[in-house]
Design a protein. Structure first.
Ligand code: SF4
Length: 337
């Protein structure tokens, strides 16, 4: 029997934002969709059988219709996920309202546990405490949340400690999505914030070990597999290729732009170069983001001579080890009862 394919439907709820992040790739605009337009998009997502609607922006919590929109999605029998900077979730009543409207889960941006760096990145003094409050509120109200972390030159060396901070203070956190900073929008005028991928490799490996030691699952987006030795399947793009994933993006101006990660396919916004032609991982690697290549060129790419089969075997082995550890833990807990 064929397993039903998971399709995420991305809905841009607003283009406005309450922060001014130093790395923002879509600097805020004063337009967006009316509730009527958003409702039409939700209905079309439903017709297209999406598995989940992902509410994104700008900052979606800025839209006063958000609770109504979540309720509408929930009434259609669809789960929703909110991607947010977390500022408004510092208000417990607001979190409760979203939960009561039917919100399923949250992906909260948390880029560092260091307050000074956090303020430099968000452009708003005082917001660091709000992110912490947001996580405390969601923990207390039992709203499931994952973390989104943008990798920049400022926070990169401290990210392994950020992982430990999250694990120590919010132990229910199960997943962190690391996104290598876009080299467009605000970063384009501030290119020192975009680290060279080759110089980030050491820190990426340390992040991998920190997550592993803390029992947190993670993905890293926008890093080619040349720089993800031993954790290739944690590449967000490779994961999508391996699972032949499909997403739909709905914007005001461009409706239902499909992105399919069919193994070997070219992905919009990514580029490859000569070494990719002889690379054994070519079919499951998206390559280098075009905006990064425009900034720094493609000279850092080099071919990998590890087979896709051994990458997949490594993943199977990892799952087996994890299941075995969970089983052993449950046996120990049962013995102690
Ligand atoms: S050489 Fe190209 S295909 Fe191979 S890992 Fe690097 S970017 Fe990916």
């Amino acid at each position: 029997m064929n397993k039903k394919k998971h399709i995420d439907g991305y809905l841009e709820v607003t283009h406005k934002c309450n922060q001014n992040c130093a790395f923002c790739s879509f600097p805020p605009k004063n337009d967006g969709m009316s509730f009527k337009e958003l409702k039409e998009k939700v209905m079309r997502f439903k017709e297209k059988n999406v598995s989940e609607i992902v509410l994104t922006g700008g900052e979606p919590t800025i839209n006063p219709d958000l609770p109504k929109l979540i309720k509408l999605i929930s009434d259609q029998g669809l789960p929703s996920r909110l991607i947010t900077n977390g500022v408004k979730l510092a208000d417990k009543c607001f979190v409760k309202k979203l939960i009561d409207s039917g919100l399923g889960r949250v992906a909260l941006s948390f880029h560092t546990h260091k307050k000074d760096i956090s303020e430099k990145l968000s452009g708003v003094p005082g917001n660091f405490e709000k992110y912490i409050l947001a996580m405390e509120n969601m923990t207390e109200l039992k709203l499931w949340f994952d973390i989104n972390t943008t990798i920049t030159s400022l926070n990169l060396p401290y990210l392994p400690d950020t992982v430990k901070f999250i694990a120590a203070n919010f132990p229910k956190t199960a997943f962190i999505s690391f996104n290598f900073v876009d080299a467009v929008g605000n970063s384009k005028n501030n290119f020192a914030i975009v680290p060279k991928i080759s110089s980030a490799e050491y820190h990426l490996t340390k992040i991998f070990h920190a997550c592993k030691n803390c029992g947190i699952e993670f993905h890293i987006e926008r890093v080619p597999l040349c720089y993800m030795h031993y954790f290739e399947t944690r590449s967000s793009e490779a994961h999508k290729f391996i699972n032949d994933e499909f997403i739909l993006i709905s914007r005001k101006e461009k409706d239902f732009n499909p992105v399919r990660h069919k193994p070997g396919a070219k992905i919009n916004g990514y580029t490859k170069s000569e070494p990719c032609k002889i690379c054994l991982l070519n079919d499951i690697c998206a390559g280098l983001p075009e905006d990064y290549a425009e900034m720094y060129g493609t000279g850092e790419l080099y071919p990998r001579f590890k087979s896709i089969q051994s990458v997949l075997a490594q993943e199977t082995n990892r799952k087996f080890v994890k299941e075995n550890q969970q089983w052993q833990k449950s046996q120990t807990e049962n013995t102690l009862l």
